[in-house]
Design a protein around this ligand. Sequence first.
Ligand SMILES: Cc1ncc(COP(=O)(O)O)c(C=O)c1O
Length: 390
Amino acid sequence: MQRTIQNELGEIKKQGLLRSTRVISGRQAARVMCNGLDVLLLCSNNYLGLADHPALSAASIAAIQRYGTSSGASRLVSGTMELHEELERAVASFKKSEAALVFNSGHAANTGIIPALVGRGDVVFSDRLNHASIVDGIILSGARLVRYPHNDYRALSHLMEKHAKGRSLIVSDGVFSMDGDIAPLAELAEIKQRYGALLMVDDAHGSGVLGERGRGSADLCGVGNDVDIQMGTFGKALGSFGAYAAVSAELRDLLINRARSFIFSTALPPSVLAASLAAVELVQTPEGDTLREQLDANTRFFRDSLADAGFKLPEGSTQIVPIVIGSAVTTMQFSEALLAEGLFAQGIRPPTVPAGTSRLRFTLMATHTHADVAAAVERICHVGRRLGVV
Ligand SMILES: Cc1ncc(COP(=O)(O)O)c(C=O)c1O
């Protein structure tokens, strides 16, 4: 019997996995209008509030006035504008790397970089909880995928002993996007050295937030110089859009020649590049430090209060705070009930997380007030008790 689209949608719904979009009106701020309700936003990656910062908007508007609205072509045709290279120099200086290359998104970076580095006959060692775009990049590369248990560097070492062949690449999220814990990057750097492998860190959630001046998770772990590819995104803490790879000059040349998502896609427009540039500058100023301190204070208070109320939080210290519920249906009931109480926290279900680990993934922002966070905790506890989650 032919599989119809209606049947397929029915099947997704039966499993409690049907997804739909919720619409935000107005700006991405700490409070938003969502489906017509005034709610506290607790699931945005706009961690420092820069998506709503006047310096980024002003830079973007000025870039449109000076350069227009589009790059008009891919980077290797006529799409490389002064702003692309200015941003790349700023990122290299921020990350203390020899060079940097800008990509159109984090997904495009991961699906471009990995196949540029490895192919048939090579092996990629990938943390079991790595982001889907890393997995997509590995599949596209044709290299063998060896998954190691989450953050288990001893198991990684054994697996490398057994399977390392051709060129080996170790790849890990810096901060795990759905779990909020940090990869053991010092240990991964030691292992990559021992096996002569390449090490790539996806720092989508650490860029701008962790380490000195927000330089990221590798800086926090003291291994900024040992990570061959530090990939990061501009669309989260940096309040803009797109991604970068901080690499050696040689690797940059290779990516320009081999990364298909870089070669075969129209380059980012001036408005986006200018906002990213303003953000990279801003996170390194005292204002950036203040925003990180506010984010950290909100995170500590939120984590401690939920733990005191009896919620079992997974190991972690970052602004990403999951409450793992298990059932996809209960997770969505929790999310709906919170929305009715004025809190927008999205339920996360498979395939984004492994089956049986559906969760509410809360994210804190520097622009939440202490009163916002305290009121949120109270409501989460109230709804959690009502649903028997705590
Ligand atoms: C760890 C990680 N890597 C990559 C991406 C993709 O980045 P982008 O949204 O810029 O495509 C995301 C999230 O979107 C992510 O969480």
